[in-house]
Design a protein around this ligand. Structure first.
Ligand code: CP
Ligand code: NVA
Length: 308
């Protein structure tokens, strides 16, 4: 079963094939209307379940549109409206859905839910974000970097802010795609050490630098994300903001990166918190290309999962 659970659990050749496929499928759409079918319809006669236990705009719409462009059909399910949200086990949900659909994408809280779904489903399962990782986002980010700047291998990527789920998938990707990754943020919000150790074990250079100005020196790509994720307690908001304020990505910080550096944010952004309007809307920013590339990257992921 070809689940897409995390970037570190997927073979390097397969990851590269998906990125290349995403570029090719994007080019092949050739400006046609968003609702037009692709020339190839690899998901014809396929039904895809998209389960959300957390809010979503990009993941929800890009998966839904992607399936339809490839000739398939979707159903978008809210976890709280399913029996899953009222005591039915994840395992039974996985077994039942596998009788109806060909592919399951789930956005959930605990990673254990995703893993249990994958263990008991007899169709492929895709990780649409957990508290720990967000692999589809980073596949789109690699598509975005490479369409602007060429191969990401050997490039310097700097993450400024919270060591969260999106950072974790960047660390997985550093190990698999061979780029250097610097984390700059407060020690209290460091990423889990296992993500750092694993990327280093795969040969990636991972640096922790508390000074954001030093961190971004020579960066090819600067990335940030919200200071309070969906799984963080709202009561932690003020403390997190106080700790993360020095790591805001603003024009002054970007001026220390390479002149042609890119700026990325997975969105949704809290403008003028983790990144200023000047950066979000400025010349380095590729945030809306990233959002678009969720569509192309995930179409490639779904084709890979289904062997199409
Ligand atoms: N970046 C991202 O996953 O966005 P959504 O929460 O809108 O899906
Ligand atoms: N770190 C954020 C990403 C949202 C796409 C969250 O988990 O809320």
């Amino acid at each position: 079963m070809k689940h897409f659970l995390d970037i570190n659990k997927t073979a390097q050749d397969d990851l590269r094939a998906m990125i290349d496929d995403a570029h090719a499928m994007k080019a092949a759409r050739n400006g046609r209307p968003k609702g037009a079918l692709d020339d190839e319809q690899p998901l014809k006669d396929h039904m895809v379940a998209l389960i959300f236990e957390k809010p979503s705009t990009r993941t929800r719409v890009s998966f839904d549109v992607g399936v339809r462009q490839m000739g398939g059909q979707t159903m978008v399910l809210s976890g709280s409206e399913m029996q899953l949200g009222h005591g039915e086990t994840v395992a039974d949900t996985a077994r039942v859905l596998s009788r109806y659909v060909d592919l399951i994408m789930i956005r959930t809280f605990e990673e254990a839910t995703l893993l249990e779904m994958a263990e008991h489903a007899t169709v492929p399962v895709i990780n649409g974000l957990t508290d720990r990782t967000h692999p589809c986002q980073i596949m789109a980010d690699i598509v975005t970097f490479e369409e602007k700047c060429g191969p990401i291998a050997g490039k310097k990527v700097v993450w400024s802010g919270d060591g969260n789920n999106v950072f974790a998938s960047f660390a997985h990707a550093a190990g698999q795609f061979g780029f250097d990754l610097t984390f700059t943020g407060p020690e209290t919000l460091d990423p889990e050490q296992v993500f750092i150790d694993e990327a280093r074990a795969k040969g990636a250079t991972i640096t922790i630098e508390r000074d954001p100005v030093k961190a971004v020196e020579g960066a090819d790509l600067v990335v940030t994300d919200t200071w309070v994720s969906m799984h963080d307690a709202p009561s932690a908001r003020e403390r997190r903001h106080n700790q993360l304020r020095p790591y805001q990505v603003n024009d002054a910080l970007m001026s220390h990166a390479k002149p042609d550096a890119l700026f990325m944010h997975c969105l949704p952004a809290h403008r003028n918190e983790e990144a200023t309007d000047g950066v979000m809307d400025g010349p380095h920013s590729v945030v809306f290309d990233e959002a678009e590339n969720r569509l192309h990257a995930q179409k490639a992921v779904m084709r890979w999962c289904l062997g199409k």
